[in-house]
Write a protein that binds this ligand. Structure first.
Ligand code: FEO
Length: 397
């Protein structure tokens, strides 16, 4: 691929990973990109690198602009290995004058690569670096989503090099938001938010406030994954504001796994009850829906309804997997309940209810259990549960 000039003398020099399908548990059916940016100024500066196997792509892209040996500075906005994996080889080859990173970034680099000889230059929020005609302002964004994370702002270009923020896992030959279908792009961005940043939503709110208070004018957001926000930066900032508030809309998600279709029959009856109340819903059979797609559905839902049959005194494995993931991402402001069929012990509903309480979901029903196959009376109870949750969804502001 060719490097792309995104602003005058600022180039995308990253790599496109068409084949990755799993990103530490997040399904990436359309691949991703590892974006890196080269600023050609008196001090030639490279922002971030790429995942190790893509090192040659990065070098080839830089070589189309300049001799890599001429690079003076490296900026490491984030140490996770999809952005720093190529760093040891790049530093050995480029011998940069300085490697800029946050204090936590230096610690993380030492922990990953054990190279005390690198020319670290620790920077912190508010610090400015002059490259020549352009300057870089650093802003630490601790825990968004690693302790080392920071972003770099180039005021002369109104350009925010945003690290993992505002990204999407989507491999494309296009580089800009206005070259692809915007609703599809926002759907990828929503999945990325739900699976990477949801847990840190309060910090996202703080960051958006900091950007506003600092009066940063942003014409372009160039993140480390996916498309660059050239025409719609306000749109993605607005979306991040909405997602990080976690207010949800009048929608419920029914996540379930079933053994002999009794729990599925219950799920359908609960959905009927929601429908009668005029509340939108999504049915997610956990055997058929990847956990990361389920999280995207959870992002804008007000209600989380969990169903599992009981197996060996516990819940079905797909539900256990989903709950492990949900507990990690900790969606907020939800209401919910659990249900499921059982034969003789029936622990699954209790376990799922406890999991909902652990992630601070407001449980609106003690849980509905049905022995083996639901009777018409059981079906009515399921519909009533759906109506009850539907009413609670509409009442919750
Ligand atoms: Fe794209 Fe946190 O690495």
């Amino acid at each position: 691929m060719q490097p792309v000039e995104i602003k005058k003398d600022v180039y995308w020099v990253g790599a496109v990973d068409w084949n990755i399908r799993d990103f530490h548990g997040y399904s990436t059916p359309k691949g991703t990109t590892y974006n890196a940016y080269l600023v050609m100024d008196e001090k030639i500066t490279l922002f971030d690198t790429v995942k190790k196997p893509f090192k040659n792509d990065l070098i080839a892209h830089i070589e189309k602009i300049t001799d890599p040996a001429k690079i003076d500075y490296l900026v490491v906005n984030h140490v996770e290995m999809d952005h720093s994996g190529a760093l040891p080889d790049i530093i050995d080859r480029l011998r940069p004058e300085k490697v800029f990173c946050s204090a936590m970034g230096k610690k993380a680099l030492l922990d990953h690569y054990h190279r005390k000889d690198w020319p670290y230059e620790v920077v912190e929020t508010g610090q400015t670096l002059r490259l020549g005609k352009k300057t870089v302002q650093f802003l630490e964004i601790r825990m968004l989503h690693w302790p080392d994370s920071m972003v770099s702002y180039v005021p002369e270009d109104r350009l925010l090099i945003s690290s993992d923020g505002f990204g999407q896992h989507w491999a494309t030959s296009e580089r800009f938001d206005d070259e692809v279908d915007l609703p599809e792009l926002l759907a990828h961005a929503a999945k990325y938010y739900a699976n990477i940043l949801l847990l840190f939503s309060p910090l996202v709110q703080k960051l958006l406030a900091t950007i506003q208070e600092a009066g940063l004018q942003i014409d372009m957001i160039a993140g480390d994954h996916g498309l660059i926000w050239r025409s719609h930066p306000a749109k993605i900032i607005e979306a991040y504001d909405l997602w990080s508030r976690q207010q949800g809309r009048d929608k419920a998600v029914i996540l379930y796994d079933t053994m002999w279709q009794s729990t599925e029959t219950m799920a359908r009856a609960i959905a009927e009850g929601l429908d009668e109340e005029g509340v939108n819903f999504k049915m997610c059979n956990l055997k058929l829906n990847h956990r990361s797609d389920v999280m995207t559905e959870v992002l804008d839902a007000k209600a989380l309804i969990l169903g599992s049959a009981t197996l060996n005194n516990g819940m079905l494995p797909a539900m256990a997997d989903m709950l492990c993931y949900l507990k990690g991402l900790r969606p907020a402001n939800k209401i919910g309940a659990a249900f499921g069929s059982y034969g003789w012990s029936g622990e699954a509903v209790k376990l799922m209810t406890a999991a909902l309480e652990e992630i601070k979901v407001r449980v609106v029903d003690p849980g509905l259990r049905v022995r083996f196959a639901p009777t018409p009376e059981d079906i009515e109870k399921c519909m009533e549960l759906g109506r009850k949750i539907g009413k609670a969804v509409k009442e919750r502001q």
